[in-house]
Design a protein around this ligand. Structure first.
Ligand code: GUN
Length: 290
């Protein structure tokens, strides 16, 4: 069993991003974060993204709205960011409050600045395999982990467990696309015989958002397992009162795997690294050609 070290691979990506950022001087890539409300997980993710941006020389701004923000107020802010030539990437941290339509809000971001990859344009471009389409950061991180850890993907059966807009659907599209060339099955909460299906997988991408959902008897010997889950479970031994576990029962599953990502330290750091890469590329594309 090989442990896929997401921290180390994310650091490689960030080092490359930092080198390319410095080549853009005096232009400084800029990403604008928008957070709505005070959901503790969202606060922590955005803080992490801001810190990482600073480390690679990307400027980051943050606008926080209360839960009660109206669509008009939010759109006015997004329109100003769209029009600001110094802003190259825009990220609205999900989940959004129920009274806002996520798809409408994501679609308000100009396609050239959609570093999160959640707009209709970005998803269409991803499916069309248009080079340079912005792919959502978490699934893009999954692919980068597979590539950089030397996992062969062509012709392999990848089973994605979860069908979210943020992970499952774009992960399936990326695994299917030329370059990865997987045979892809997407399983979800309504899938029948899920265990038997997942047992057929050469590559499992677990993104269902349920702690320890993937058990040892659902994994064939020699599979590669990528665990996208970030679940908080109560743990009285921790100061915070909780600990983070993935969607995979790591202790039981790991011995069966050819390779597996841990949680934390697997996909999580890659999401942030890919956001930096997308922001850099948005900025590079915005430069006048010499
Ligand atoms: N919430 C959970 N993951 C993500 C992500 O990658 N981007 C945004 N905007 N929100 C998220």
């Amino acid at each position: 069993m090989r442990l896929i070290d997401g921290n180390a691979i994310a650091q490689q990506v960030l080092n490359e991003v930092k080198a390319r950022v410095s080549q853009l001087a005096p232009t400084v890539p800029q990403v604008a974060f928008v957070r709505i409300g005070e959901d503790p997980a969202s606060v922590s993710y955005v803080t992490k993204k801001q810190k990482t941006a600073a480390e690679v020389g990307i400027q980051a701004t943050l606008k926080v709205f209360p839960e009660t923000v109206t669509q008009a107020e939010l759109y006015a802010h997004l329109d100003a960011l769209n029009a600001d030539k110094n802003v190259h990437g825009i990220l609205i941290q999900a989940p959004l409050p129920k009274h806002l339509s996520e798809t409408d809000v994501f679609n308000r971001v100009h396609p050239s600045k959609d570093v999160d990859g959640f707009s209709t344009q970005s998803i269409g471009r991803l499916i069309q395999e248009i080079p340079g389409a912005f792919a959502a950061c978490t699934p893009a991180g999954v692919i980068e982990l597979l590539r950089r850890s030397g996992v062969a993907t062509a012709g392999k059966h990848a089973v994605v467990v979860g069908r979210s807009l943020i992970v499952g659907k774009p992960a399936a599209a990326l695994l299917l696309a030329k370059g990865c060339d997987c045979t892809v099955t997407v399983a979800h909460s309504r899938t029948q015989n899920l265990a038997a299906l997942v047992r057929q997988a050469d590559i499992i991408v677990a993104a269902i958002g349920k702690p320890h959902f993937i058990k040892a008897d659902m994994v064939k010997d020699g599979a590669v397992v990528i665990d996208v889950g970030i679940n908080r479970i109560p743990d009285a031994t921790k100061k915070t009162g909780y600990r983070i576990v993935g969607d995979v029962d790591f202790e039981a599953v790991a011995p069966k795997c050819e390779a597996i990502t841990p949680v934390p330290g697997g996909v999580g750091p890659m999401t942030v690294a890919m956001l930096m890469k997308n922001t850099l590329e948005a900025c590079e594309r915005a430069q006048p050609r010499a």
